[in-house]
Design a protein around this ligand. Structure first.
Ligand code: AMP
Length: 516
């Protein structure tokens, strides 16, 4: 019987030379070199530890740990042992952890030593039997226990539809939901990306990935890690993103993946030059919209065109700009649906919209998740009757099939009964002289239901005036779209994945139009 365990697919791709370096750490006190054999043995030992606990297959193993190669091994070991990995953002506080532990009912929780004092009691109170610690200096009870176990392990047999990971969505509206991803969701997507992005075999010179993203999220955990492992490619491993240090390592690498903020910060480094990037093959961006200014500035400075792709926790990757020819990568778009992924645009009533017009993006494919953990109603709400997943993103197809994301449907502002897409207004504001970027949101308004406002960041050295921006917008777009007020701020609030936290902006200004 074929074993559909994702770990097996990844391990089959390990190079024959098991003593070659698989991961080299870039920001530990001394560089550490982990061979493919180390990954094989380390994951076997942790998987044997998990087996020794006699957990039912498919038990949830939650981890809120700092980024380290051992944390990567924990993820792989959970797959290997046939359990379900539950990565938790290191920024989560007690109330959030209590919710996740209560909702997911993990059998095992792994946390840092510094958080054990509060994570432990929360987990034990919720009935979790096993709480281990893991720190980014290769210490903690998880590794101490695993050290007692053998380094040979037969991977658990998994069916394609078995759960591999539950990723909790960031939950900017309402409770965070656990997206259930199967072995086949992750495997099929990883294989498609390997093909589409031209990962090079060892015979073609191989690839080296700079990994500088967090590993509790789709981008760093799946797209980047699966990409490298499935190609038997070495990773240069940054526990924290540091633009100077990453730029310094580019000559040793061929692939880099980042959220837009990382590209902006690297552009701030004088050492980022064409020569420094000469060895690079591919720069990928995603998780949040890449500004066209960044896309252009990167090409100008490095000679490379950033490849932007689009995906989400519930679906892994959905679209990508073409790998070849490089000139076919279009800034401001997220490219074309990946092979095997179907994508359509629908209006509020579920009817098709003509190409070029904006609507809700719906998708289907082997990559689309199984549903939200223990939320059957919520799951049913997010799928159409003919089983397309409603992404909640608003976008359009252009005539030759490229997809542009215009925003989130929940970001849509309805003012006086008219729909305003923030991205349209933001694009116009961003064209004004001296504007670096902007965020448009709706806040409660006594007459209009919601009132449009904008928060604008000036370019370095530019002085902006909110009232002048309002005046400049008048006559350029319908009056109901013109922000009623514009705030000038030094920077927009963003989360670790580079997404603008519009919920914070809405909260901050929610009383703006309310009578005193
Ligand atoms: P997450 O589930 O945290 O990965 O967030 C997924 C959401 O990020 C998507 O639904 C989009 O709204 C947004 N997103 C991801 N990639 C892009 C992109 N390239 N451009 C614009 N938005 C993106």
């Amino acid at each position: 019987m074929k074993n559909h365990n994702l770990f097996v697919t990844l391990r089959e791709a390990f190079p024959a030379e098991l003593d070659a370096v698989a991961v080299e750490t870039a920001d530990t006190p001394e560089p550490l070199h982990y061979t493919w054999r180390d990954l094989e043995r380390g994951t076997a030992m942790i998987a044997n530890l998990l087996d020794s606990l006699d957990l039912p297959a498919g038990s949830r193993i939650a981890a809120q740990v700092d980024k380290s190669v051992e944390a990567l091994m924990l993820y792989l070991a959970v797959l290997r042992a046939g359990h379900v990995y539950l990565p938790l953002n290191t920024a989560y506080q007690a109330g959030e952890i209590e919710y996740f532990v209560g909702n997911a009912e993990p059998a095992v929780v792994v946390c840092t030593k510094r958080n054990f004092g509060w994570v432990g009691p929360i987990a034990f109170a919720a009935g979790v039997q096993h709480v281990y610690t893991l720190d980014d200096d290769r210490s903690g009870s998880l590794l101490e226990r695993a050290a007692w176990h053998g380094d040979v392990h037969r991977p658990a047999v998994a069916q394609p539809d078995d759960l591999a990971v539950i990723v909790y969505t960031s939950g900017t509206t309402g409770r965070s939901k656990g997206a259930m991803l199967t072995h086949e969701n992750l495997r099929s997507n990883a294989l498609v990306l390997k093909d589409c992005w031209g990962w090079r075999s060892a015979a073609e010179g191989g690839d080296v990935l700079i990994h500088a993203l967090p590993i509790f999220h789709v981008h760093g955990l799946f797209v980047a890690i699966h990409g490298a492992l499935l190609n038997g490619s070495k990773m240069i491993w940054f526990a924290r993103f540091d633009p100077k240090a990453v730029v310094a390592r580019l000559p040793e690498a061929t692939v880099f993946m980042g959220v837009p903020t990382l590209y902006v910060r690297m552009l701030g480094e004088a050492a980022l030059t064409r020569a420094q990037c000469a060895h690079m093959r591919l720069f990928v961006s995603g998780s949040a919209p890449l500004l066209i200014e960044t896309f252009d500035a990167w090409r100008e400075r490095t000679g490379h065109t950033i490849l932007e792709r689009y995906g989400m926790s519930e679906t892994v990757m959905l679209t990508s700009n073409p790998y070849r020819p490089e000139s076919a990568r279009r800034g401001g778009t997220v490219g074309l649906p990946l092979p095997g992924v179907q994508l359509r645009v629908r209006d509020d009533k579920g009817q098709p919209v003509p190409s070029g017009e904006v609507g809700g993006i719906q998708v289907k494919g082997p990559n689309v998740f199984k549903g939200y953990w223990r939320m059957p109603e919520k799951t049913a709400d997010e799928f159409t009757d003919d089983l397309w997943f409603k992404t909640g993103d608003v976008g359009r197809f252009d005539a030759d099939g490229y997809v542009t994301i215009v925003g989130r449907s929940k970001d849509l502002v309805i003012t006086g009964g008219y729909n305003v897409y923030p991205a349209e207004v933001e694009a116009l504001i961003n064209e004004l002289p001296g504007v670096a970027e902007s965020a448009v949101v709706g806040v409660p308004h006594p007459d209009f239901g919601e009132g449009v406002i904008a928060v604008v960041v000036p370019r370095p050295g530019a002085a902006l005036d909110g009232a002048a921006i309002v005046a400049a917008m008048k006559g350029r777009i319908a009056n109901y779209k013109v922000p009623k007020q514009v705030f000038v701020v030094p920077e927009l609030p963003r989360n670790q994945m580079g997404k603008v936290q519009k919920n914070l902006l809405r909260e901050q200004h929610q009383r703006l139009f309310q009578p005193a």
